[in-house]
Write a protein that binds this ligand. Structure first.
Ligand SMILES: Nc1ncnc2c1ncn2[C@@H]1O[C@H](COP(=O)(O)OP(=O)(O)OP(=O)(O)O)[C@@H](O)[C@H]1O
Length: 308
């Protein structure tokens, strides 16, 4: 049985069909990338898996268990963690406390324990701090972990977000554009980090515009265009697929090359179907400062049913 199975997923916002029949599965410790131009429906798919949006129709199961209808916190408790396209760190909190917030999912303590500062409370708090240090070491954070998260350089904030997600001890990690806004050296480190996370036995679904990274790290690539799935296969097959080249890359075969690791494709001309011109870096840099500004609903509302 697959770890994650998405079958015939459909999501509409009023008249807009954001996802139109997406199906893919992810095995344990597998890396699957979801690519497509701006507005293709990638983040919406993440939001459906993590319970932020309720799909209009279709099935999403984790080890056979239906996810739609569960709250995001319940889905997180089942072993699904994510990072966001626009960082969502608590900018005013310390780096360490941001990651401790991830570990708290695992703490066994009651409100009474916390109020009375029982030995159990102190023990679990200590364990939580040790875990946070462990994950910050794992992601290779260089900055001051006792300082404000919002003061960290951008690339370090990205690592901190991943550390926080890992502190939840997920079986499935959804990474939404982890390399956006990173320089070449940071991207290489991100690639290495993704592989090390996989080596822990964690499955990863990756949304990423950097084709070099996608082609290098993915075992399978799912391609979305205008909400429709147009390909699902091995990277070497997908990059040669005429439908992908035509629909996603506008016939620019060079853009699928990826050997340099630097090619970024956000759609034929960088304009999403909602008419907004974006590039991953610029979009994410705008959120620098740490608190992350993106609301799940781009128009302030979420899909059919929002838990955000
Ligand atoms: N809450 C919402 N309300 C209305 N429309 C939405 C909402 N969320 C997403 N959409 C629309 O659904 C479509 C898919 O958006 P989505 O953000 O999933 O695309 P994406 O592939 O992740 O794009 P990008 O690469 O720019 O992040 C877009 O047309 C977007 O404007």
């Amino acid at each position: 049985m697959s770890l994650l199975s998405v079958a015939d997923l459909r999501l509409t916002f009023g008249g807009l069909v954001a996802i139109d029949g997406l199906s893919f599965s992810v095995d344990e410790a597998e890396i699957v990338s979801v690519i497509g131009p701006n507005g293709a429906g990638k983040t919406s798919a993440f939001n459906c898996v993590t319970g932020f949006y309720r799909p209009t129709s279709g099935r999403i199961t984790l080890r056979g268990r239906d996810l739609p209808g569960l709250r995001p916190s319940a889905i997180a408790g089942l072993g699904v963690a994510r990072t966001f396209q626009n960082l969502r760190l608590f900018g005013e909190l310390s780096v360490l406390d941001n990651v401790r917030a991830g570990s708290h999912l695992w703490l066994r303590q009651s409100v009474l324990d916390a109020l009375l500062h029982t030995p159990r409370y102190r023990r679990s708090e200590r364990e939580c701090t040790e875990q946070a240090h462990h994950w910050l070491d794992f992601v290779g954070l260089r900055g001051d972990r006792y300082g404000r998260a919002g003061n960290l350089p951008y690339g370090e904030q990205r690592r901190t977000e991943i550390a926080r997600a890992l502190a939840r001890r997920p079986d499935l990690l959804l990474l939404d554009e982890p390399a956006a806004g990173l320089n070449r050296g940071e991207k290489a480190e991100m690639l290495d980090l993704i592989r090390r996370v996989q080596a822990l036995g964690v499955a990863i679904v990756l949304i990423e515009h950097d084709m070099g990274l996608v082609m290098e790290v993915s075992e399978r690539v799912v391609v979305l265009n205008f909400g429709r799935e147009i390909a699902d296969g091995r990277p070497e097959d997908v990059r040669r697929d005429p439908a992908v080249i035509e629909a996603y890359l506008g016939g620019d075969t060079a853009a699928t090359g990826g050997e340099t690791g630097g090619t970024t494709t956000n759609g034929k001309d960088g304009v999403g179907r909602d008419g907004v011109r974006r590039d991953g870096a610029g979009k994410d840099r705008a959120a620098e400062g740490g608190t992350g500004g993106e609301t799940e609903g781009k128009d302030g509302t979420a899909g059919g049913d929002a838990h955000a």
